[in-house]
Design a protein around this ligand. Structure first.
Ligand SMILES: [Fe+2]
Length: 249
């Protein structure tokens, strides 16, 4: 399986705090059946001042450490970009690492705050579209506005966004509200990928299998593999030039 959203890169956000923990998380990911992981540290001006330039050396040394530790996990670097006015110039200046490509367009993983959908989010999506950048909304099922009212996600669907739902939401580990919305989004056929959004081993583990199994019960075995292997593989293909992604069905 291919995980497009996780916080394994050590010491750069609220994910793995140090190398040892990060290596443990990488081992857990492999045990769960994950072969490729795109690391997506928070890019959140004012909170996590990460950029492509600042993250790249940390990523390179983590790749070396994972290889040294003989962990069979292929890695790539992207970011989870918080919706805010400050990210516009960052994206325009190439300071934000993209998640991959979708239908020839670079994909940016966008994070809404959990509490609400900020006014102007629709304008940001339109701004990206005008620049041929494809937005993917991270875990919409965990946003409180969306939990209260499913219709709040409609403008993002209509604007052509991709959607990443968190695997453990589908499995029910983030409460009934997120569980219900995750299943509704699956039913609506708008979920592009499931990803782990792993932060730690306890509450937010690098795990996709439980979510895939729960999704299989809802939308069938074939679509469950699209969610964790085929579509993330297609999307991240350009990130793994040295390490072939398992063949896409
Ligand atoms: Fe995340």
């Amino acid at each position: 399986m291919i995980d497009l959203h996780c916080h394994l890169l050590p010491g750069v956000d609220d994910g793995a705090p140090d190398l040892e923990t990060a290596l443990d998380l990488a081992r857990l990911a492999v045990d769960n059946g994950i072969t490729h992981a795109v690391l997506t540290p928070h890019v959140h001006p004012g909170r996590y001042e990460n950029t492509l330039v600042s993250l790249s050396p940390v990523f390179e040394s983590f790749v070396a450490a994972v290889s040294e530790a003989d962990i069979a996990l292929e890695l790539a670097l992207a970011g989870e970009v918080r919706v805010s006015p400050e990210i516009l110039p960052m994206i325009a200046d190439g300071e934000v690492p993209f998640l991959g490509e979708w239908q020839g367009k670079p994909v940016v993983l966008l994070e809404l705050p959990h509490s609400h959908i900020p006014p102007g989010s629709d304008k940001l999506v339109a701004w990206l579209a005008a620049r041929d950048i494809q937005p993917m909304i991270a875990h919409p099922e965990r946003n409180k506005d969306v939990m209260r009212n499913y219709d709040k996600i409609e403008p993002f669907i209509e604007a052509g966004c991709l959607f990443q739902v968190t695997a453990m939401s589908v499995a029910g580990a983030f409460g009934e509200g997120a569980h219900r919305r995750a299943l509704e989004l699956l039913d609506a056929g708008v979920v592009t990928v499931l990803a782990s959004d792993a932060h730690n081993s306890k509450h937010r583990p690098p795990a996709l299998e439980a979510g895939r199994l729960a999704a299989a019960e809802r939308v069938g075995e074939a679509e469950s593999w699209q969610l964790v292997r085929d579509r993330p593989g297609l999307l991240a293909q350009s990130k793994f030039t040295d390490s072939a992604i398992p063949s896409v069905a």
